[in-house]
Structures are given as C-alpha cells and as structure tokens.
Design a protein around this ligand. Structure first.
Ligand code: FO1
Length: 303
C-alpha cells in the first residue's frame, strides 16, 4: 500500500503515474481540504475533485482543473444575473458540487461523499479528504486577511502574502482513516504540491506530523524545478515568506519529516546540499509531461 499526501494537479498526475506502475487499489491519497469553499450554497473541494477527475480520466488536461468537454451556460446565466461568477463552475462540474452538498446536508461526511463520488467515477484508489472538519487556508496579505480562493483565483495570486494560516486546524481532526493510512502504508510519498498551500494544511492536523516522523522513511518529490513551480505560485510565495525558492529550500522547509528527496535532473547541482542536510537524494525527471517520464518518476518514487 502506498499513501500520498496530495494537493491538486501535481499530486493527481503523480497518483495517475503511480497507478500505471502498481495496482490503483493499492493507492491511498490524503488530500488537502484547506482550499475548499462554500459558494452559491454549494460545498466545493477543488483538490479532491482534481484528483478524482484525473484518476477517472475525466479532467481537463490543459486547464488542470475541472472536467473535460465542459460548458459554462450556468455561469454565463449567473453572470447575467449579477451573481458571483469569478470562480468558474462548469455545467458538468456542478453535478459534483450538487451531489456533495446534498449528501453533506443529509449528514454524510466529506470522507463518505468523496468515496461515493470516486466509486461512481470508477476510481479504484482510496481518496481521503485530510479532514471532515472545517479547515480553511487563509492568507495574510498586504491588503489584510484573504480566503484561499479569493487570493488564488479572484486575485490570481498577485497580492503580496506575509503569512499563511489554517483556520480551524487547532480543533479539526484528521479524517477517520488518515492516520492509519500513514501508519500502515509500505511507502508514504509527499506529492509535488505547493508546500505552503497544499501540504502544510495537511501536516497541521493533529497527529499527522507525529505519524510521519515515527515512520522516518517518507519520500517527497520536489514541487520546484529549476527554482520554479510548474503551476501556481509556490516559488513566489516561498520568496515572499523568506524561504529559498528551490528544491533545497523545500527540503529545508519540511526538514526531518522527509527522509528521501526526489529532485529533477535540472537541480542535480543541489543534491550535495540536500544530502548534507541529512536526506537521501534521487535525481530523475520529475516533469510528468508525457507517460514515459511520468512512469520514470513513479518508479523512482517506489524504488
Ligand atoms: N481555478 C481558476 O484559476 N479559476 C477558476 O475559476 C477555478 C474554478 C474551479 C472550480 C472547481 C474546481 O474544482 C477548481 C477550480 N479552480 C479554478 C482551481 C482551483 O482554484 C485551484 O487550482 C486549487 O484550489 C489549487 O489547488
């Protein structure tokens, strides 16, 4: 069994690549819920949905989020009414949010609803929201506190951040199977997701850091390649928060929690520094832009 701590696109691609090397039923993803939001009365779980759609082969590859073959008629009508249309929910995607919101209103948990949607979409991997309790990643910015999607989508992450916090995390518990999935796995992998916005909100849940530390054999894939994120603001955010925007900077950020780093060939020159900080390092291709390269990364992660 392999457990992957996951954000959105990068994690979804790693999980898909792993699923080509091992039986997908052997994969468990613990997925960030810090960027979840309630909009139009609907509960939306962007990272959970990105992983679900990608593993179901239904995601829009070019956009990275949402469903393929999407249309936007509801959003266009909403915009015509003067409604909030900055966070684009496609017509097909809306079915997921309607289903989830109704089931939550009936008393189901996020974990249960996620499993139901995964099953309906033919996803064999186990998908676990990191928590069933409300947690919300919040950005302290020069303009004041900002909710995650307000910063990420509405402001296109173009506002300077001074701190990241996760509201609700002090009392939120990890989902019912999360700690067990970390403890029982043969391998635990931290996906190449944004360390500050996707992985830290998972690590902040009570018991998660401790469970990872007890293992002492966690493998992580660097989300930064040549000092830049393939998607999203990870590099910029790290600089804004005074961290080094490089594979070595991410390694320093996670510290002892990660035993082995998988870094890109472009960053081979950083291997010595990361090793000197007490980690093992594997250098391989980490950019999953074609199936062969994705497979090579999956094999490196499992070797
Ligand atoms: N990202 C955007 O840049 N613009 C959007 O309008 C948008 C809508 C959206 C709807 C559903 C969903 O599951 C994801 C969506 N995303 C959108 C992506 C999402 O905001 C981020 O990529 C993640 O939250 C970051 O992990």
């Amino acid at each position: 069994m392999i457990t992957v701590l996951a954000g959105g696109v990068g994690a979804a691609r790693l999980l898909r690549a792993l699923g080509a090397v091992v039986e997908p039923t052997e994969l468990t993803a613990v997925i960030n819920v810090g960027d979840d939001l309630v909009l139009h009365g609907l509960t939306i779980c962007p990272d959970v949905d990105t992983v679900t759609y990608t593993l179901a082969g239904l995601n829009d590859e070019a956009r990275g989020w949402g469903l393929t073959g999407e249309s936007w008629r509801v959003m266009d009508e909403l915009a015509a009414l003067g409604g909030e249309a900055w966070f684009r929910l496609g017509d097909r995607d809306l079915a997921t949010h309607l289903y989830r919101s109704q089931r939550l209103a009936e008393g189901a948990t996020k974990t249960e609803v996620t499993a139901e949607i995964a099953r309906a979409r033919g996803v064999a991997a186990t998908l676990l929201p990191a928590s069933d309790d409300p947690v919300a990643t919040t950005l302290e910015t020069l303009e004041g506190p900002m909710a995650f999607q307000e910063y990420f989508v509405r402001r296109r992450h173009e506002v300077r951040v001074t701190a990241v916090s996760v509201t609700g995390v002090a009392t939120a518990r990890p989902g019912p199977d999360v700690l067990g999935a970390i403890e029982r796995a043969e391998r635990v992998v931290v996906a190449p997701s944004n360390p500050l916005l996707s992985i830290d909100p998972i690590l902040a849940l009570g018991g998660v850091r401790e469970a990872l530390a007890r293992r002492g054999d966690v493998v992580a894939v660097s989300p930064l390649v040549g000092g830049a994120a393939l998607k999203g603001p990870a590099d910029r955010l790290m600089r804004e928060l005074g961290l080094e925007a490089s594979a070595a900077g991410v390694a320093a950020h996670y510290g002892e929690l990660v035993a082995t780093w998988v870094i890109d060939e472009i960053d081979a020159g950083l291997a010595g520094r990361i090793e000197a900080a007490g980690h093992e390092v594997r250098v391989t291709t980490t950019v999953m832009d074609d199936p062969a390269r994705a497979r090579a990364l999956a094999e490196a992660v499992l070797s």
